[in-house]
Design a protein around this ligand. Sequence first.
Ligand code: HEM
Length: 397
Amino acid sequence: MTAETVTPPHFCAAHLLGSWDEHHPQRAFIELAGQNAPNRPDGTLVVARREEMTEFLRHPAVHATDGVNYHMGAQRPLIPLDLDGEAHRKYRKLLDPLFTPKRVARLEATIRARTNALIDVFADNGKAELMLGLCAPLPAHIFIDLLGLPTDDLPIFLEFKEAVVRPQGATVDEQQANMLAAGERTYDYLARVLDERRAGPPRDDLIGGFLTVEMDGGRLTDQEIIDICYLLVIAGLDTVTCSLSCMIAWFAEHPAERRRVLAGPELLGKAIEELMRYESPVPLGHRWVTEDIEVHGRHFPAGSKVEVVWAAANVDPDTFPDPLTVDFDRPHNAHVGFAAGPHRCLGSNLARLELRVALEEFHRRIPEYKITPGEDVVYTNYGVRAAIHLPITFPAG
Ligand code: HEM
């Protein structure tokens, strides 16, 4: 990750507000949630309230793409994110069983071992840059294990997801071109992997499963497998990296709450959910309205593009009393950090497992830590919110 990424102007409606603050964007998100039927100067409508959002996302006339532009540098619809209706349901039926809590629990020992191997590298130093040392490599290692790819491909993976999620370039057009080029490299890489896998013996990993699974009485085509894996690589790496970085940064700056979790480890699950709400690492998504509809008393004309701001709904005071307080004991925490509606995150169980195990091991090995004196955490909110520079200091050994 680099701090030099050029941020295009106003990636989110909250980013247009005077209250925007890169370090603490939550205030701007509350302001956005308080606006009646907000929209952006270019006519994009904005959904920022928690209750309206739930109803809007479940409406059958609300689609995830306009059928022309696809997510994250893809040239074809990503499966299942860029599909709607029956086609979407069909693939979710195939994919959901692969990511149940029971199924992902098989990865727990690997995640623990990978986390410890990364911590071993810096544990004796007394300080570390945790984005580079832990948050970025850990989910990439897990994905390589999950898909069954060689560990040596780790740098290739990190390059793809970085170039797609935070494309470099001096202008938005240049960034778009760089993102498409990175997407092209991802397609080529995955096509090569599939050729190799078809030529080799069957293996018990995710790609091995995709090569043998049947849907509608037939096998998945290479193109379908590539379109699924492309999305998994992009959706599953950066999101966990960024969420973990935000959580560790928060714990570093809130030692009393960290010690509460250390003293009562059963609190960690609730702490993760509350920090998912408060930090909202994926700030927004987009939807397109295919016919005139009324939702929660608001009119959405056919053809509207809509910015759905999960981060605003997560601090909507009508749903979350005192939303700026991080309260691990919050009684009802129906956050939308993993979105809502048909496209709700496929990998939330895996993400929760990775975050829990990584924090358990990190806190076991390094219970006392703080942001390195004289340095600052650097946040980006573009694409996915992350602590892109996370320097910490701790008692060595
Ligand atoms: C803390 C980590 C994560 C966060 C915050 C997160 C967040 C999200 C959000 C907000 C969406 C909805 C996007 C939209 O509708 O525009 C989504 C969808 C998705 N996520 Fe995650 N995600 C995380 C981890 C993962 C992981 C580990 C995987 C890999 C298995 C994954 C796979 C997916 C897929 C495949 C979709 C599309 C689902 C569909 O269209 O039906 N995510 N995620």
